[in-house]
Design a protein around this ligand. Structure first.
Ligand code: UDP
Ligand code: LCN
Length: 805
């Protein structure tokens, strides 16, 4: 509860009464955090209410994420700290107040919403009890560092019982095989005592061998002692690993255990699942539902393959790792390769895209692209087909399955369950926080978005995953002010369907932050002149300054010496590109300082088949007309190939421009990382990933898309300061580069992801991380709720109700 709230309420009953009346008088059943606070400050403007300004009540309102109001009740969902929730209710007449349970809060919300169904008996989804026995983090600051916590907690637990941990570790080391070849230990090591002796003798033997010698020289002797390949390429490395194991057996500690496990030869074959969209290597970006996720996965594959090869080599093995990206085959694929069954991934030795069509129940192949909101009926069959094809293609089980976005994670769940393989999820973007009240008004949204399928799939996949990696902390648990994307699945209701009182626990150690980067061959600093692509400069000059008329462009810069503000994104309302155009149009200062270059969508409305994009195109033209921007703004309705995009960032940087990412919300924001990697000072939305990528005022700037005039002023001030403070632009640019170098690189990503996979694999083996009870519950949820919702996508006439008691 809020300290001091009780006393304050008792003492200032009159003021509290007026405040509650004020809220009730607004005649709005649901208020969000900003509305609650704005009304509170308005209320406090009156002199007689000023004592509320800095009171326990102010804190209670300030911490509230939402209010549900129906006279005489006011219910608040209070979040006093990151990921901590309490629910309060106030009675207008009696001024009583009390804490209520999550379930009571949600059922009041359902009643006020009047959402139909049997509200007396709403199915409650509660995954909390399954985690009762399971270690969970306590401090919000530890969220996202699950593996460190697990190592600490489980290693002490495991080795507490004398002999138990050692035995499990021994069994684990003995079970490794690849392509029929035994790795690490063989049957000669019968028990832990024998392992101790064998280690001792092996270390002694190796200490007399040349440090650079390999398995061919020492293998026979080591095999006699019970060791198999996998300990290292050289004697020096083998000694290091064996000595780590000796230390662990003598005095188990989390850090050496993590080092030993993190480098074990466990991951050679990987399946990365991403069914929706057009997944290809060229001509796909900008097609519906096809954006950063594709860029992320292709870069991820290259980085992982490099890292697996490095590890395999260091481990002294000769194994060809294989990575498959499993996606949908689309027969009507236009100019893309999405109708090809198998496609090699450029820049890799062995990675492929494996495409499998969606099929109707009749077995017929679905020929056309489907929106990500419409794919639910096809996923189960897709998973079964994928299982067969992946096994045939790899000629083995994958060692790790990574699910991407809601659909990929659900398919990964089905595959992992059937193949008994470690499962990792990557969300990219959870839709729930993107759409206001998407859960409460699910029924209204159902025809277009089918959120009931998506949120059910999310709950299943999140809870089934062995571990989840996120790009930022805020993706899991938000900030002091805003709710995290995963956190929003903790408690919510879909009236008439089900009520979730414990959906996902962000304190679960399965969450780990592993941030992506930008391809360093493409996005590198503008100062690295030798690596640059001068051959593209003439084309870029034409694009930016546009001497020629082009059908896909509007506007041409009148004053070409001014620096350029660059923005580039899909023309999706959430990206708010038209918002930036409006701020620019309304700011004479900014227009005075710089030109605006927009790369997004299509200039010609006829070229877009997407309703939301068409609205944006119209809005863009209207704003350009209204503010007379044709001489200061240039809008290119095209998609740049990544080499061109990379060189364009540098071209703009060289001319002392900036990059602006004005989204209303951005889950992560690859363009932000790309621009910063090029040395381009970046202004990006404070809602979502960029809040964490950029340190405001140091390595770039945060802007608030809800206060566009202020954002425009801040950008204008930056240009002004650059004129008066030589070196300022360079300083921000250099800090941005350093930030990326230290935190957002694919090398770091790949190394961490593989270590996590090995460590979670180990803990899954030696403890009950499988959580069988949870798995059974999820199976039931899948069968009874998810499959039923899927029927409604196939056939909207199907009754929307779950059976109620
Ligand atoms: N992109 C591109 N050419 C374009 C527009 C975008 O190569 O004309 C790339 C951009 O460089 C980035 C990705 O598309 O790699 C967009 O990813 P982001 O995470 O910024 O947004 P998303 O589209 O996933 O929401
Ligand atoms: C989806 C998004 O919306 C972006 O914010 C991310 O950068 C992208 O996926 C890659 O994870």
């Amino acid at each position: 509860m809020i300290p001091g709230l009780g006393e304050f309420l008792d003492k200032y009953r009159n003021a509290i009464y007026s405040l509650l009346r004020h809220y009730v008088g607004l005649d709005k059943p649901f208020l969000l955090r900003s509305e609650l606070w704005d009304e509170f400050t308005r209320f406090c403007e009156k002199r007689e209410h000023q004592h509320l300004c800095d009171s326990a009540m102010a804190r209670a309102i300030g911490f509230s994420q939402e209010a549900v109001i129906e006279a005489p009740w006011v219910y608040l969902a209070v979040r006093p700290r990151i990921a901590r929730w309490t629910y309060l209710r106030f009675h207008l007449d009696t001024l009583d107040h009390e804490e209520v349970t999550t379930s009571e809060f949600l059922s009041f919300k359902e009643r006020v919403h009047g959402g139909g169904g049997n509200q007396e008996w709403m199915p409650e989804i509660d995954l909390g009890p399954f985690n009762r026995e399971f270690p969970r983090l306590k401090e919000p600051r530890s969220i996202g560092r699950g593996v460190e916590f697990l190592n600490r907690r489980l290693s002490s637990q495991l080795f507490q019982e004398i002999g138990k941990g050692d035995k499990r570790l021994l069994e684990f080391l003995r079970m490794h095989q690849c392509q029929g070849r035994q790795l690490m230990l063989n049957d000669r090591v019968a028990d832990v005592i024998a392992l101790g002796h064998a280690l001792h003798r092996a270390e002694e033997y190796l200490s007399e061998q040349p440090p650079e010698a390999g398995w061919e020289r020492v293998g026979d002797a080591l095999q006699q002692l019970g060791f198999e390949p996998g300990w290292g390429r050289t004697v020096a490395r083998m000694r290091e690993q064996l000595s780590l194991l000796t230390d662990i057996l003598e005095a188990p500690a989390p850090e050496p255990l993590a080092r030993l496990l993190g480098e074990m030869p466990m991951i050679f074959n990987l399946a990365i699942v991403s069914p929706h969209g057009f997944f290809g290597q060229s001509n796909v970006l900008g097609l519906p539902d096809t954006g950063g996720q594709v860029v992320y996965i292709l870069d991820q594959v290259r980085a992982l393959e490099r890292e697996i090869f490095r590890r395999v080599r260091d481990q002294g093995l000769e194994i060809e790792p294989q990575i498959l990206v499993v996606t949908r085959l689309i027969p009507e694929a236009g100019s893309t390769s999405c109708d090809e069954h198998l496609e090699r991934i450029a820049g890799t030795r062995n990675a492929r895209i494996l495409r499998i069509p969606f099929r109707a129940d009749s077995g017929e192949v679905i020929p056309q692209w489907l929106s990500r909101f419409e794919i639910w009926p096809y996923l189960e069959r897709f998973a079964l087909d994928a299982e067969r094809e992946v096994l045939a293609e790899l000629k083995a089980r994958p060692d790790l399955i990574i699910g991407n976005y809601s659909d990929g994670s659900l398919v990964a769940t089905l595959l992992s369950e059937r193949l008994h393989v470690t499962q990792c999820n990557v969300a990219h973007a959870l839709e729930k926080t993107k759409y206001l009240y998407a859960d409460l008004y699910w029924r209204e949204n159902e025809p277009e978005y089918h959120f009931s399928c998506q949120f059910t799939a999310d709950l299943i996949a999140m809870n089934a995953a062995d571990f989840i990696i996120t790009s930022t902390y805020q993706e899991i648990a938000g900030t002091a002010e805003s709710v995290g994307q995963y956190e929003s699945y903790g408690a919510f209701t879909m009236p008439g369907l089900y009520r979730v009182v414990n959906g996902i626990d962000v304190f679960d150690p399965k969450f780990n932050i592993v941030s992506p980067g930008a391809d360093s061959d493409i996005y590198f600093p503008y100062t690295e002149t030798k690596r640059r692509l001068p051959g593209l400069h003439e084309e870029i000059k034409q694009l930016v300054f546009g001497d020629e008329d082009r059908p896909d462009a509007r506007g041409r810069f009148r004053e070409i010496d001014k620096p350029v503000i660059l923005t580039m994104a899909r023309l999706d309302p959430i990206k708010n590109i038209s918002g930036l155009v409006e701020w620019y149009g309304r700011s004479p200062e900014l227009r005075e300082q710089a030109n605006l270059l927009v790369i997004a969508g299509h200039v010609n409305i006829e070229q877009s088949g997407d309703r939301e994009e068409r609205d944006q195109i119209q809005r863009m033209h209207r704003l350009i007309d209204e503010h007379g921007l044709d001489g200061q703004l240039r809008w290119l309705g095209l998609h740049l190939d990544k080499h061109l995009a990379g060189e364009l960032y540098r071209y703009i940087a060289e001319r002392r421009g900036v990059f602006v990412q004005p989204a209303l919300f951005e889950a992560f924001g690859l363009t932000v990382v790309e621009a910063m990697s090029s040395g381009l000072p970046t202004f990006a939305t404070r809602y979502g990933g960029p809040l964490e990528i950029i340190q405001h005022g140091q390595s770039g700037f945060h802007i608030d898309p809800n206060h566009g005039d202020r954002a425009a002023e801040e950008i204008a001030d930056f240009f002004y300061r650059c004129k008066t403070d030589p070196g300022y632009w360079e300083q921000i640019s250099a800090n941005g580069l350093q930030r990326i170098h230290e935190h957002y690189t694919w090398e770091r990503y790949a190394s961490r992801l593989l270590s996590l996979s090995c460590i979670y694999g180990f803990w899954k083996y030696v403890t009950n991380l499988e959580r069988d009870e949870m798995r059974r519950y999820l199976e039931m949820f899948y069968g009874l709720a998810y499959r039923k919702r899927v029927e409604t996508v196939r056939n909207p006439a199907v009754d929307n109700q779950l059976p109620t008691a």
